[in-house]
Write a protein that binds this ligand. Structure first.
Ligand code: AMP
Length: 269
């Protein structure tokens, strides 16, 4: 496995692919890879000649009281999992390369990043759009692949790419779940056995809400009754504006102990 460490090395890798007519796909991740990430890599591979995952634990999308210090880092296992998929190169730059001394630039998508995740994690989307913009400009891939697990993030990135005329096709792939329907997440590792038993209700309650079997307040009530400590939101929104008008998708963010879980799915017509 060849680990590309700098934007210069990345361009040296990328440039020859243009005259060769090779399609390059890019899969941004923060590492601690699970089957959800790997499904994005497979989807990207299916549409490109070369797939370049990137692994970068981005401090700018965590606030000071969030879990950056605890966030799992498992580079060796990640590399093995990627190698098993036939990946030969990844981009994994050091923090000081990406955020040099006196760094002060922010890329901001102003409107659709305000509700839901934006309301509860105000620093989050600026951190995501700044890093993803930097990575896309450094790599200039043909395709960039994102998970529907983080649906608002996918839409925010799609908006940024349109607004800034970045020449990349932004694509999404469906959420991968475990045998109990819990959306895979690097943060699931924080859950104790008892907390996991609570966490698996998240998708079940959201499913009932998406089928209109229960309404928003019943869904929130059920989340609390099954043991969630706090519900940031559980709501039906429009999947382009993230406002309540013309809802077509349901979104949830809830806490089990210190672990924050999110999920979303289409709303039945
Ligand atoms: P992260 O490493 O959590 O920043 O995630 C990197 C990418 O993987 C993002 O595009 C996520 O939406 C995607 N992803 C995370 N979990 C899943 C999942 N369970 N299914 C599909 N994609 C996922």
């Amino acid at each position: 496995m060849h680990i590309i460490k700098t934007p210069q090395e990345l361009m040296a890798f990328r440039e020859p692919l243009w005259p060769e007519g090779k399609i390059l796909s890019f899969v941004p991740t923060m590492g601690a890879l699970h089957e959800g990430h790997l499904s994005l890599v497979r989807a990207a591979q299916a549409q490109s000649d070369i797939c370049l995952p990137y692994i970068f634990l981005n401090p700018k999308q965590f606030s000071e009281n969030e879990d950056l210090d605890q966030y799992p880092e498992t580079l060796e296992t990640d590399l093995k999992a990627l190698e098993a998929l036939g990946i030969e190169h990844i981009y994994s730059p050091d923090r000081q390369v990406i955020y040099p001394h006196n760094f002060q630039t922010i890329v901001k998508v102003s409107e659709i990043s305000k509700p839901l995740e934006g309301e509860h994690r105000p620093h989050f989307f600026d951190g995501v759009t700044t890093i993803v913009c930097k990575m896309l400009l450094q790599c200039l891939p043909d395709i960039a692949m994102f998970g529907e697990k983080d649906y608002q993030q996918f839409r925010v990135i799609e908006r940024m790419v349109i607004d800034l005329n970045i020449p990349v096709k932004v694509q999404s792939a469906p959420t991968v779940r475990d045998e109990n329907g819990l959306a895979l997440s690097s943060r699931n590792q924080y859950l104790s056995k008892d907390q996991y038993e609570i966490a698996i209700h998240l998708n079940k309650i959201l499913k009932q809400f998406s089928l209109n079997d229960i309404d928003e307040s019943e869904a929130i009530e059920q989340l609390k009754n099954t043991g969630f400590d706090k519900v940031d939101y559980c709501t039906a929104r429009n999947s382009e504006t993230f406002l309540s008008e013309e809802p077509n998708r349901v979104f949830v963010a809830a806490w089990v102990g210190q672990t924050r879980l999110i999920d979303n799915m289409a709303l039945a017509a």
